[in-house]
Ligand binder design. Sequence first.
Ligand code: S6P
Ligand code: ZN
Length: 187
Amino acid sequence: MLETFKQLAHPYDALSAEIPGGKVVERRLSQLQGCFADEAAYQAALEKEDSLLYRVTAIEPADGTGDLHYGLGALYPGKIGNEYFLTKGHLHSAREAAEVYIGLSGSGYMLLEDEQSGESRLEPLGKGSVVYVPGYTAHRTMNTSTEPLTYFGIYPANAGHDYGAIAERNFLKILVEENGKPTLKDR
Ligand code: S6P
Ligand code: ZN
């Protein structure tokens, strides 16, 4: 078994979310159509620059039962209107698949939303904090600091990513800056 793995240890650079040999996904503003509540602010920002919001590099060592995949994410700081930069957010295709997020640097939050009940939870993610994302829960990450929010997400190899289900109805809550503080509001 062990001999089937070419590489088990990987060097990583958190701020750029780089892991040599990993699968890289970059998300720019133009790819987050419909995610931000303030459509006018979104269009205005896009006209200025199609900024890089985040990069994720995934390591997928094996695909069998019991195997794990993980991703290193760097979500850069910024806002659209008063809403903090965020990830698209998703459910896992295998709905029961949970995930552990380990904060490495910066600070922000994870917005969790139960697919069935719509119940929302806001949990802090950043340097010194770790978040357990239960199965059946849509999850999105938001950066409320002025530096990159970097983290590892570790999930079952068969989890898969379902972006469609949550994109259709969007998250029910938004995280905005109000009186200088992150504030969770209804969309
Ligand atoms: C994967 C894990 C993360 C996200 C990353 C980007 O299960 O939850 O690595 O992929 O935070 O978010 P998103 O919603 O664009 O995949
Ligand atoms: Zn996930």
